[in-house]
Design a protein around this ligand. Structure first.
Ligand SMILES: Cc1cc2nc3c(=O)[nH]c(=O)nc-3n(C[C@H](O)[C@H](O)[C@H](O)COP(=O)(O)OP(=O)(O)OC[C@H]3O[C@@H](n4cnc5c(N)ncnc54)[C@H](O)[C@@H]3O)c2cc1C
Ligand code: FES
Ligand code: FES
Length: 1384
């Protein structure tokens, strides 16, 4: 591809005849012309297989990121502006550059994050996100900023609701979204009344000054005598947003750009862009196999993930004749290739131009379009693309099916265009098949007006409400006569067969029956159950749930119509009906943070300084591994992964791959020059598999080529023959097969058997918890550069563990560690997933680089990353609990099984933390916990924020809830005792600490014999209980639930304590190196890695405070193993503690050396002082070291101190569930954390909120599923759902504990580790859901104990309610029948 960036001459885009080619009687232009960030770009014959993302990154605009390549994360968001000459209108829309073909931008203006602003002159969107703490790791940030920018380009005065909704196509894994929303809402147009914060003015809380979140909030300038930090309004003077200053649409694209048919010939693909319908039909005649492409949101996925080769692509996205719309007396006709966003606008417009009853179908389409993907997809995807694809879960097709919509299909016949019309219900013929022939295309779609007394509704249920494909969806239509007798009916369902279907039998049965008659409803539900039967192992799984959803939708529809035609029903009045017929509507969210200590003598420490890289991140200037410029001679590596869960490798044949020119080599086990074995603790993994694969996704080989595309294509050609062996996937299978690693752990304290004998009650149960994918936005990436001198290697890797990478790298190459340097600038998130599982990729590249003596780079595709890299461990806890009549826990016997996967990795340590956290906050005098590591044939599970602690506590809290239910007492009472008793105690002991019922008290010993000092759990629990007004809201919830049958609310109050230290003693050490240069600038290096958690910011604060210099004076470049050596991985929430002390110690040495100069040069600047010291030959470089004192636990003896201290917290959450669908929303969360005296409150609040939301995802929507053959099913954002912007609590109140003294805390500046501890509080959502389910069950007279498996997905919530509809739809497995997908 030759690139010519030529200026536009005299404002005109020049065209030359030589650049045209005539083919099939059409004169095609051979150049692509567009603007990029205001600059004209002309490309000669661009490659049709290149995406816009690949292009912009290849020209150095690396601010636009690759997070998934499937339109599911928004990291690649850019803005495209185009001009419509017909309407003379410029439109601006956000798109996913990962799906947009480069060739589709002809005549358009592409704006990337670099075109919006830069660090020197940031756009107000960028500035506000950065300064209001909306960027942590920053990998998602440019994409998020672009979505907001796109909104403002179209609407400079958006409402708060529009702002919340504009992010529906973006994900962030770090922040928990609240700070981004706060920053974005500063652009919101003024509400009627500012600052309607519903904070209770009577309470003694102090957040009344926190305002409403708007930039011009009335509280902005209020000074409060109480000197707490106010994160939301840190008195920053923001740049004004001025819409007139935006990058203009290039005038040349209006005045002198003429659209020509285009033809590009790539390496594999031909690209045609016809300019008229005639040209299109002609091309289709000539190339019947030619693939039409419009938004490319289906075709792009097929090419990238299903590896489909389309040799001829015909682009129709800009074809005017397939756009436009017409409104007639019968209905609305739209061009088949308008975008879905335009479709939404047209439907709204059409609704205004007809009588209300005529717009029923329009409204139904709008209802489902609202939940169709995210903005970036809707801005390019088209109805034709959706209809022709014919996905069984299409969101539009069920509505078209049910409402006599009609499609116009056209083709060229004998040199003229002929068209036919086909009814939607006759269009689809099977799985992704329809009646179109290969030369036909779709041109129009007709949507009829609805008639009087005709009702149309749309329904969709998915795992997550925003941007998710449907589990089941429906378009339901009924037409009633004046007597409410059914005249006509159309039910369209998606997700029930391999194509969207009508239900002719049920429909026929219903015609002539009376709507509103309860028996008719019953009959209809029975008929549909029969007509839409599903087997237990149905593809897609969830048979019972899917059937229940059909019934639920019909139920909602039935009563909705009853209400509309005025039929009064026995069971429900109009209010009841209103409450359950719709979906759960979320309010605009709001958040309050109350943080800080009353008095503070520090200058830099404890201040809410924004992440020091935030501005670079939000402008796209921050460099991540794959953003590093290409180095000379660089090659690309592609991995060959095992496709079988357990097998012998019989042969590997790479000859076809090696035959491709530009492929430089293939490497496998035989090529490893040193030790092929490695492992973080036990050396039980191979760099490349030599004989036997143990799971799908194990690395067998590496293909290296000149480019990524060639390497990936060649990798597909490597042939491997296997001999299959039997495999084990789940914990239960491993127990049955006795498949364990030989690394058991146990803690025994007291005598459980005896205690059980003396307990008033003994209960047994089982708690099952699923895994969790890290889903850091930046996948694993490495660049290995051989130095070709002395066998030296420079590695740039996205790893939390540079030293381990260096040491293992040396061992597998058979060279000394001093020849290797591993450098890490920053990670786009890690969360434990890059602690050890980042290493295999680097090792494979090192082997290739060693042999080829050339640099090799690889950034894993999202699916590869999810297949290879392991997850949070699934847990199974089998427990027996003894409890007395007074509600005191007597004994716990707990057996923990964890799914370690195929190798040991860090699983033993994860199990240890699971065991040590299985008491959560409760004193259980007799305890026996044993743990086993299940060896299975899935990826090797690994560290993940919390490291087994959350799973251990989840078991305990399930025990607490289930035992409380069995005893018939409130679980809060079970934890803390009866309110009356407590009040009495409060009078004696200030109420906050003391002999709570089951909580530990100060000075007590845990089961691992650690004394609980500075024990604040009872106080925290009490404080959050009061501030959340738990008691009052509990009563209100009771009342709400009595009134509402199909919506239920629940509330929970969950405590947590989390032990801070690595449990492997040697890891609790850190080093730092601090240099002071003669200009007074300070360079700090330490052993920790920056992965978004703000570690470097905190470390620089420590250095600045210690050296008494402004923060601007100190700088940190990167983490490198040749600067600070033998680093521990950045993990276990200790990095600030240990690296902070190492930095402090180094600074103390330097301060001491500078002290004489400071004393005698009182009026001199730091620079002058440093200079004077330099001239006196004072060493201005110092290293610092720290090892955590006191700790050291012996598992055999159950003695020694396990943790340095505990971080504690508590949360109260209220949720609402929709019983008929299993949907839920978080109404409110109040969370309090004891984080000591924070080094930086803004960063720590970010950690709290981010961890909480990650915890919410873990135990609600994030479900990791496998196919029975061992392939992971959930391997991308399409079917693995992270919480999105609108899954956070509607009302989110964070407080840091400030009433404490810490006589025993020996940490740096009395701060506490905060990265992991809040995660478990996300489970408060799980337990609130459980509470709501209890109410739902009770309403049906079912008092069975709720045993809820985590995560509480919509499927589990729905089916756990056990109402008559759910029960009627249960599909039992036949003998030996397994589900289509399984949780492991
Ligand atoms: C992240 C993501 C989220 C999604 N979410 C949803 C969702 O919530 N609900 C849902 O239903 N779908 C969803 N989809 C699927 C997809 O977006 C839709 O099917 C979309 O409507 C496809 O339109 P397109 O223009 O991008 O199609 P393309 O990919 O361009 O084309 C799709 C197919 O249509 C054919 N085609 C296009 N135009 C014509 C025409 N005029 N005549 C004949 N054939 C034509 C193409 O040849 C191709 O076979 C999602 C996809 C992604 C990537
Ligand atoms: S990278 Fe494009 S949406 Fe994820
Ligand atoms: S800051 Fe959003 S993913 Fe890290």
């Amino acid at each position: 591809m030759n690139e010519l960036v030529s200026p536009v001459v005299d404002g005109k885009i020049n065209i030359e005849e030589k650049d045209f080619i005539i083919d099939h009687d059409i004169k095609f232009y051979k150049k692509l012309r567009f603007y990029l960030n205001g600059t004209y770009v002309e490309l000669d014959n661009p490659d049709p297989d290149i995406t816009l993302l690949q292009y912009v990154r290849s020209v150095g605009l690396t601010g636009t990121k690759l997070g998934c390549a499937e339109g599911g994360c928004g990291a690649c968001t850019v803005l495209i502006s185009s001009y419509d000459p017909t309407n003379q209108k410029i439109s601006h829309f956000s798109v996913n550059a990962c799906l947009a073909p480069l060739c589709s931008v002809d005549g358009k203006h592409v704006i990337t994050i670099e075109g919006v602003g830069n660090v020197k002159n940031p756009h107000s969107v960028q500035e506000r996100i950065a300064l209001l703490h909306g960027s942590q790791c920053g990998f998602c940030t440019p994409g998020i900023a672009m979505s907001l920018y796109a909104l403002l380009r179209n609407n400079p005065n958006p409402s708060e609701k529009e702002i919340e909704e504009c992010f529906d196509g973006n994900l962030c894994r770090c922040t928990g979204y609240r700070p981004i929303l706060d920053a974005a809402k500063t652009f919101a147009k003024p509400a009627v009344k500012c600052c309607e914060s519903d904070v209770d003015k009577k309470s003694d809380r102090i957040e009344q000054n926190n305002g409403c979140g708007r930039g011009d909030c009335c509280k902005f300038n209020n000074s409060n005598s109480f000197s707490l930090l106010n994160l939301k309004f840190p008195q920053i003077k923001f740049k004004q947003y001025d819409a007139t200053q935006e990058l203009i649409f290039p005038p040349a694209l209006i005045s002198s750009y003429k659209s020509y048919p285009l033809y590009f010939l790539g390496r594999k693909t031909k690209w045609f862009k016809p300019n008229s319908l005639n040209e299109l039909l002609l091309l289709k005649l000539k190339y019947p196999q030619g693939k039409l492409v419009s938004g490319n949101t289906e075709v792009g996925i097929e090419v990238k993930f299903k590896k489909v080769n389309y040799n001829v692509l015909i682009y129709v996205g800009d074809l005017q004749e397939l756009k436009g719309y017409e409104f007639t007396d019968d209905g609305l006709t739209i061009g088949a290739n308008i975008t879905l966003a335009q479709f939404q606008e047209i439907l709204q417009e059409a609704g205004k131009n007809c009588k209300e009853y005529q717009a029923e179908t329009f409204k139904a389409l709008l209802a489902n379009l609202r939940w169709f993907a995210g903005h970036q997809i809707r801005n390019v995807a088209t109805p034709a693309g959706n209809i022709i694809t014919g996905s069984p879960i299409s969101d539009l097709n069920p509505i078209f099916l049910s409402t006599s919509c009609m499609f116009t299909i056209s083709c060229y016949n004998e040199m003229s265009c002929v068209s036919r019309e086909v009814l939607a219900k006759e269009f689809w013929t099977g799985y992704r098949q329809n009646t179109c022939t290969s030369t036909e295309i779709m041109t129009k779609i007709f949507i009829p007006l609805s008639k009087e007394r005709q009702f149309v509704r749309a329904y969709k249920q998915s795992k997550r409400r925003d941007d998710d494909i449907a589990i089941v969806n429906a378009g339901l239509m009924v037409h009633l006569d004046d007597e409410n007798v059914v005249k006509n009916v159309g039910f369209g369902f998606g997700g029930m067969k391999n194509v969207s279907v009508r239900t002719p039998l049920s429909e026929e049965w219903l015609i002539g029956k009376k709507w509103g008659d309860e028996n008719v409803l019953k009959g209809l539900l029975n008929n549909l159950r029969e007509e839409l039967r599903l087997s237990f192992d149905v593809p897609g799984g969830m048979a019972s749930y899917r059937k229940s959803l059909v019934s639920g939708f019909i139920f909602k529809f039935w009563y909705d119509v009853c209400k509309n035609v005025g039929i009064s029903t026995k069971e429900y009045n109009d209010d009841d009906i209103n409450e359950f017929i719709g979906i759960i509507e979320r309010n605009v969210s709001k958040g309050v943070q109350t943080v800080g200590f009353k008095e503070d003598d520090k200058k830099v420490i404890g201040k809410e300084i924004p992440h020091l890289s935030a501005m670079k991140q939000v402008t796209g200037e921050a460099i991540y591994t794959d953003d590093l410029p290409k180095v000379h001679g660089e090659l690309y590596g592609a991995l060959i992964l095992s496709q079988i869960a357990h097998a012998k490798v019989l042969s590997i044949d790479a000859s076809k791959a090696l035959a491709i020119s530009k492929v430089k080599g293939f490497f496998s086990a035989k090529d490893v020059p040193g030790e092929n074995k490695w492992g973080p603790v036990f050396h039980d993994e191979e760099v490349f598999v030599s004989e036997e694969v143990q799971c799908v996704g194990q690395i067998i080989g590496l293909v290296v080529a000149e480019s990524q595309a060639i390497a990936q294509e060649a990798a597909l050609l490597v042939e491997i023959k296997y001999e299959k062996l039997s495999h084990i996937l789940t914990i239960e299978e491993a127990i049955e097969e006795n498949s364990f690693f030989n690394i058991d752990r146990k803690i025994i304290k007291g005598d459980v058997d005896e205690a059980f004998q003396h307990s008033d009650h003994v209960f047994e149960g089982e708690t099952r918890i699923g895994g969790q994918e890290h889903f850091y936005l930046e996948t694993n990436a490495s660049l290995v550069i051989p130095k070709n001198e002395d066998n030296e290697f420079e590695i740039h890797a996205s790893t939390q563990n540079p030293t381990e990478t260096q040491i293992v790298g040396a061992s597998i190459l058979g060279i000394a560690a001093n020849k290797i340097v591993c450098k890490v600038k920053r990670l786009g998130g890690g969360f434990g997933g890059k602690e050890t599982r980042s290493i295999p990729l680097t090792l494979a590249l090192m082997v290739g680089a060693y042999h080829l003596k050339r640099p090799i780079r690889c950034m894993l595709d999202r699916d590869e990353d999810m297949i290879i890299s392991g997850q949070r461990h699934p847990f199974l806890g089998r427990w027996k609990v003894g409890v007395n009549n007074d509600g005191k826990l007597r004994a716990l016997d707990l057996k923990i099984y964890i799914n370690a996967g195929w190798s040991a990795d860090l699983s033993a340590a994860v199990l240890e933390r699971g065991i040590t956290h299985s008491d959560n906050c409760y004193y259980i005098p007799n305890i026996k916990i044993t743990g086993k590591l299940c060896k299975t044939n899935i990826h090797s599970n690994t560290a993940f924020r919390g490291f087994g602690g959350p799973q251990g506590m989840m078991i305990t809290e399930n025990i607490m809830s289930e035992v409380a239910d069995k005893l018939g007492i409130d679980v809060v009472e079970f934890r803390v005792g009866f309110e009356s008793v407590r009040v009495e105690k409060m009078e004696h002991k200030d109420g906050l600490c003391g002999d709570e019922k089951n909580f530990y008290s100060e000075g007590q010993l845990t089961h691992f014999n650690m004394t609980l000092n500075d024990w604040h759990i009872p106080s925290l629990y009490e404080q959050v209980k009061r501030s959340s007004e738990y008691e009052r809201r509990h009563q209100e919830i009771n009342k709400f639930n009595e009134k509402h049958k199909w919506k239920k609310r629940g509330i929970s109050l969950i405590p947590t304590k989390f032990g801070i230290s690595f449990t492997a003693l040697h890891l609790n050490q850190a080093g730092a190196l601090v240099h002071i240069y003669t200009d007074g600038s300070v360079l700090v290096s330490h052993g920790g890695v920056e992965m978004g958690q703000g570690l470097h910011t905190k470390m620089l604060q420590v250095a600045a405070e210690a050296l008494s210099v402004p923060l601007d004076n100190v700088h940190l470049m990167e983490t490198a193993t040749n600067i600070v050596i033998n680093t521990s991985s950045t993990a276990a929430s200790v990095s600030s503690d240990i690296n902070g002390y190492a930095v402090l110690n180094a600074c103390k040495v330097l301060s001491e050396r500078l002290k004489p100069y400071r004393e005698k040069m009182l009026d001199k600047s730091f620079k002058e002082i440093v200079k004077a010291a330099y001239f006196d030959r004072v060493n201005l470089s110092a290293n610092g070291f720290y090892k955590t004192p006191d700790i050291g636990y012996d598992w055999d003896k159950n003695e020694g101190q396990m943790f340095f201290y505990f971080t504690m917290g508590a949360a109260c959450t209220e949720v609402e569930i929709d019983v008929l669908t299993g949907d839920h929303t978080i109404l409110r969360t109040d969370l309090i954390m004891d984080i000591g005296r924070s080094l930086n409150y803004a960063i720590d609040v970010g950690q709290i909120e981010g961890a909480f939301i990650q915890g919410v995802g873990w135990c609600t929507i994030e479900e990791s599923l496998f196919l029975p053959n061992g392939h992971i099913f959930t391997k991308g954002p399409g079917n693995y759902k992270l919480p999105g912007f609108r899954d956070i609590p509607q009302d989110f109140r964070i407080t840091t504990f400030r009433d404490a003294e810490y006589p025993n805390l020996k940490t740096i500046h009395s701060s506490k580790g905060v990265g992991e501890p809040p995660l478990f509080l996300g489970s408060s959502v799980f337990f609130a859901i459980r509470d709501a389910i209890k109410f739902a069950r009770k309403a049906n007279g079912n008092n069975d104990i709720v045993v809820l498996r985590s995560p509480a997905t919509s499927e589990r919530i729905r089916m756990a309610c056990m109402d008559e509809i759910a029960i009627a739809n249960i599909v039992e497995p036949k003998e030996n029948e397994k589900g289509w997908v399984i949780g492991v």
